[in-house]
Design a protein around this ligand. Structure first.
Ligand SMILES: Nc1ncnc2c1ncn2[C@@H]1O[C@H](COP(=O)(O)OP(=O)(O)OP(=O)(O)O)[C@@H](O)[C@H]1O
Ligand SMILES: [Mg+2]
Length: 235
């Protein structure tokens, strides 16, 4: 079976700025992979380049074996990719349920979660289904942003800093969510600053610095890698 995601020799630019330099990253089906790095390392740019949201790109991005480097964003999404950006993108004038129903379901073999399944997984959202986007707490907005891509049928989830700025009890809820999604067979790429959140969830880790991957290791190597991580991330 092809890897869910196979990035090879990826370069990306914003205008004249050459941001990503020869990024190589593979995520197998059903894996949870965390992309770590300091501020400005290029983690968000990696996700954006994958979605066709940067300037020029060079290299190869295979999604389930299909080359996606030349594709516009909506075509990448149709390969089964759900992108949850750092800024979440919840529409303040729409209700929870309207936000949830906004993205179209993808055509293809993978049916998205039904609204009933989503409310079962996120009972808070059921309670808040008629509340306006702006009235939701940060944690509720984050859950809604993830729930919204689950409804589309995407099986490869790109999650950018979902734990950022949230209270520890909410972050624990997000950790349970990731564990549930993994058990349902989703493939997940998490960009994280919060090492303590990511560490127990990830099967494998990549560390970026200056637009390059500088370290990669499996969960089983985590304790041996702690000195290097401390140096690279200050964790
Ligand atoms: N739209 C843009 N135009 C030009 N340069 C950008 C743009 N967005 C990011 N950059 C630059 O690209 C580099 C990588 O930024 P990126 O957002 O990928 O970092 P990051 O690892 O996600 O870190 P963080 O989210 O903590 O800022 C940084 O030097 C940043 O200044
Ligand atoms: Mg970022």
């Amino acid at each position: 079976m092809a890897a869910a995601l196979e990035i090879t020799g990826l370069h990306a630019w914003y205008g004249e700025s050459h941001i990503l330099h020869d990024v190589n990253l593979t995520v197998n089906q059903g894996e949870v992979v965390t992309l770590l790095g300091r501020n400005g390392a290029g983690r968000t740019t990696t996700l954006r380049a994958l979605m066709g949201l940067t300037g020029a790109r060079k290299g190869s991005i295979k999604i389930n074996g299909v080359e996606a480097i030349g594709l516009p964003t909506h075509r990448v999404a149709h390969l089964g990719v759900g992108y949850c950006p750092e800024e979440r993108g919840i529409f303040s004038s729409l209700s929870t349920e309207e936000n949830l129903m906004l993205p179209p379901q993808l055509a293809g073999p993978d049916k998205g979660m039904s609204v009933a399944e989503i409310y079962e997984m996120f009972p808070n959202l059921l309670e808040r289904r008629h509340s306006q986007g702006t009235r939701l707490s940060g944690g509720e907005q984050q859950m809604l942003a993830v729930a919204r891509i689950l409804r589309t049928g995407a099986r490869l989830l790109l999650l950018d800093e979902i734990s950022e700025g949230l209270a520890p009890v909410i972050v624990q809820g997000l950790a349970r969510m990731i564990t549930t999604l993994k058990s349902k067979g989703y493939t997940i790429v998490m960009v994280e600053q919060n090492f303590r959140f990511a560490a127990p969830l990830a099967d494998r880790f990549y560390v970026m610095e200056h637009g390059q991957i500088v370290e990669t290791f499996a969960a089983s190597e985590l304790s041996a890698k702690m000195p290097v991580l401390t140096e690279l991330l200050g964790v």
